[in-house]
Ligand binder design. Sequence first.
Ligand code: KG4
Ligand code: ZN
Length: 340
Amino acid sequence: MKILGIESSCDETAASVVEDGRKVLSNVIASQVEEHKIYGGVVPEIASRRHAEAICGVVDKALSDAGCTLDDIDALAVTYAPGLIGALLVGVNYAKGLSYSTGLPLVPVHHLRGHIAANYISDEKIEPPFIALVVSGGHSHIVNVKSYTDFEIIGRTRDDAAGEAMDKAARTVGLPYPGGVNLDKISVNGDENKYKFPVPKISDSKYDFSFSGLKTFAVNLVHNASQKGEEIKAEDLGASFIKAVTDILVAHTVEAAEEFGAKKIVLAGGVSANSRLRRVMTEKCRCKGIDLYMPELKYCGDNGAMIASQGYYEFIAKKDSEEFHNLSLNAIATKSIDKV
Ligand code: KG4
Ligand code: ZN
């Protein structure tokens, strides 16, 4: 079964054809990063306009790269939540138009479920159940993935998402957007023990996160140093910050896996590309005898293949459902991963 996946929730217009949820036949991404860089972050209005300009070409290329036409496609999958509403609407309306004109089923896909599915296209063996650490620009969750379509959130951030914290720390040391990836690059040469960040404490939950205090700590370090005329090396601050964030992510996820008796941990979302997170999680899982799965780097960020993959599993779970022929589908800016 071939699914065409469409993604437009933030600043990447993406489309892909995936066979049987696992085999990527094409993966086309038009990134707007260069344009948003001038403003230091994503400007929603610009994002929507660029998606509208790019989407026809991106979908056409995804079909032609896969050697397909729409006649070969069995269903359409589209990110409908969560994300920037104007950006989501472009993908959703385009997919609705395709569904109306072709009669193909239209499968709504939750963006974070898609990030988890990036693992299904990276490793043919991985199957639920497992514990997933989902860390993106807008969300940080520990999720008990009971099946391909059954999700339970067991931990979440109380304030900033991990990616958002990375981006803010990067800005503090003068790095351009996209901050997280640039912070990762410079930090590999830094001393991660140079600055000791506080460990955030949340009294009523073992698994929740809080990253805003770490960001404030970084800002204060930079201000205090500049007032004293001292120099702060961006690579040392970056490395220490990344250590603080990733140590918390790893500790909470492994503890959750042990408590829930999970034999597998899965990383997902843009921050799963972070080199220290991947390295430390690998070491920790090896010690604990837990199997670790991580998306290939090219599938960590937003892409259409992960949406097509998750779309496949949503579709086969209730193939005959009328809801896949419902053209009243709307985009939703905020929606929890565990809600249908
Ligand atoms: O999943 P994603 O591509 O988009 C959202 O759904 O939000 O995640 C983007 C986030 C950004 O905050 C970005 O800075 C972060 O992922 N990110 C990284 C790395 N690559 C992307 N953070 C740390 N290290 C990286 N290598
Ligand atoms: Zn994302």
